[in-house]
Design a protein around this ligand. Structure first.
Ligand code: NAD
Length: 480
């Protein structure tokens, strides 16, 4: 498939080179070798993309809901039909194993299917005003042209989670994929076009100059919505820029998930959940477990079992059939994780597994377990974004709740306990938008994915996900 993927910018229904003809290299993280070159959009290209989105908006919003929904449904079917081709493409540019890439294709496609179904359920209301002299009719309309900025860690699912609701709501779009992984987004765009998406509705501008290219769009009053998935520092920056035009924003930002194992958890179940929550996506997930808080009574058993399971993980090129875990995305991310581990060990933590950067090409890093992590260590405060489990112990519910909530992030927590009362008490007090209760995986298109605190604003998916792309308008009708 990689030979057939478009490598240019999609603007107004035409793939075209960047103004000035610039390109950049996309690498295979398993080898460090170039896969291909892709057009490098400039600020002028970004404005051309917004021109196209703006020009298409009125016509697109007039397409009946069922028509919009069916495009998404067809795109879902095409993705599932071509799951192996898409999985290979994801693995080539992002690194994760083929099995994980297949799961991402299914997950992303299911967002398109979910929002295809939501397109026909955009309701309004009718009510009698308080004093009875008017009828209040509330309708919901597409917000208008959107800028969708996506990260590299899920190059199909992250765009699908934004494009799905935008298409369902009747919005046009400019998508800026991450420079590490522009190919899957281009292939997804082709599927949507094949499914019937009209020209100009979806425009794509890969670029290495993210800030320079998005800045003119954020200043332009024609842009009506920004949806961003990425790191909290970039999210803060974009929110500040968006203030200039009082732009609606949705922010899916970083996480620092606590993974809490109570004394009554059932250690085997907790270890199963930990393997998923920690190693899924090479640990490069905003919902990855970041801080392991394990009750002192079961800490050693949990650690030994986790170390054994992590030791059985086969690390290698994602395209090799026997691989469980692929490489990290690039050298920068791997060095960041390796430095974090060395710093933590230097501060007194014990290295129980992994921790060594292997020789040879590719950005591989082994599953790593640290115990005795000192309180306040940087590894507990920052998002690790790699396959490293940092374990601390606790002895009381109050203590672990305080520690779990002691972060500016609030995306997800994982809680393992078989005591229902304890589960309910703790769920109510955890300050995160999502909680995996006796479960290491929370994502689902029918659920409102998103975070509290500095993990974001807004939700993607679920019954309210489409609201992020709709304006409310009410009409007061005189009934006197
Ligand atoms: P990043 O913030 O560096 O980049 C994300 C996107 O923003 C990329 O497309 C990048 O090119 C673009 N970008 C970077 N600087 C920009 C700027 N100044 N102006 C405009 N665009 C800019 O993050 P990343 O390294 O690609 O991804 C990792 C981060 O994403 C992690 O923090 C992770 O937690 C987060 N993430 C969050 C979710 C979620 O749903 N909450 C999902 C996946 C990843």
């Amino acid at each position: 498939m990689i030979d057939r993927v478009e490598r240019e910018l999609l603007i107004a229904g035409r793939w075209r080179p960047a103004a000035g003809g610039g390109t950049f290299v996309v690498e295979n993280p398993a080898t460090g070798q170039a896969l291909c070159e892709v057009a490098d959009a400039t600020p002028a290209d970004a404005l051309a993309a917004l021109d196209a989105a703006d020009a298409a908006q009125r016509r697109w919003a007039a397409v009946p809901p069922r028509g919009r929904g069916e495009i998404l449904r067809r795109a879902h079917d095409l993705l599932i039909e071509r799951i192996d081709e898409f999985a290979r493409l994801i693995t080539l540019e992002m690194g994760k194993s083929l099995a994980e890439s297949r799961a991402e294709v299914t997950y992303g496609a299911h967002y398109l299917r979910w929002f295809g179904e939501e397109a026909v359920r955009i309701d309004g209301t009718w009510k009698v005003s308080e004093d009875g002299t008017a009828r209040v009719l509330v309708t919901r309309q597409p917000v208008g042209p959107c800028l969708l900025i996506t990260p590299w860690n899920a190059p199909l699912a992250m765009p699908a989670r934004k494009i799905g609701p935008a298409v369902a709501a009747g919005c046009t779009m400019v998508v800026k994929p991450a420079a590490q992984t522009p190919l899957t987004t281009a292939a997804l765009a082709e599927v949507l076009r094949e499914a019937g998406l009209p020209d100009g509705v979806l425009n794509i501008i890969p670029t290495t100059q993210a800030a320079a290219v998005t800045e003119p769009l954020l200043r332009d009053g024609r842009l009506r919505k920004l949806s961003f998935t990425g790191s909290t520092p970039v999210g803060r920056l974009l929110m500040a820029q968006a203030a200039g035009t009082v732009l609606r924003t949705s922010m899916e930002l970083g996480g620092n998930a606590p993974f809490i194992v109570c004394q009554d958890a059932g250690v085997d179940a907790a270890v199963d959940g930990a393997m998923t929550a920690k190693l899924r996506n090479v640990g490069e997930a905003c919902i990855a477990a970041n801080r392991f808080h394990v009750h002192a009574d079961v800490a050693e058993e949990f650690t030994e079992k986790l170390v054994a399971r992590m030791g059985s993980i086969v690390v290698g090129a994602g395209t090799d059939p026997g691989t469980h875990m692929g490489p990290m995305i690039d050298d920068r991310q791997r060095s960041r994780v390796a430095d974090l581990v060395s710093e933590t060990v230097g501060a007194g933590a014990r290295l129980r597994a992994g921790g060594e950067v292997p020789d040879g090409p590719g950005y591989f890093y082994p599953p790593t377990v640290l115990t005795d992590v000192p309180e306040g260590a940087r590894i507990s405060r920052e998002e690790i974004f790699g396959p490293v489990a940092a374990i601390q112990t606790f002895t009381s519910e109050a203590e672990v709740l305080r520690a779990a909530n002691d972060t500016e992030f609030g995306l997800v927590s994982y809680l393992y306990t078989r005591d229902l009362g304890r589960a309910l008490r703790m769920v109510e007090q955890l300050e995160t938008g999502m909680i995996g209760l006796n479960r290491g995986y929370v994502s689902d298109p029918s659920a409102p994915f998103g975070g509290m605190k500095q993990s974001g604003v807004g939700r993607e998916g679920g019954a309210t996900g489409i609201d992020e792309y709709l304006e409310q308008k009410y009409v007061a009708v005189d009934a006197g």
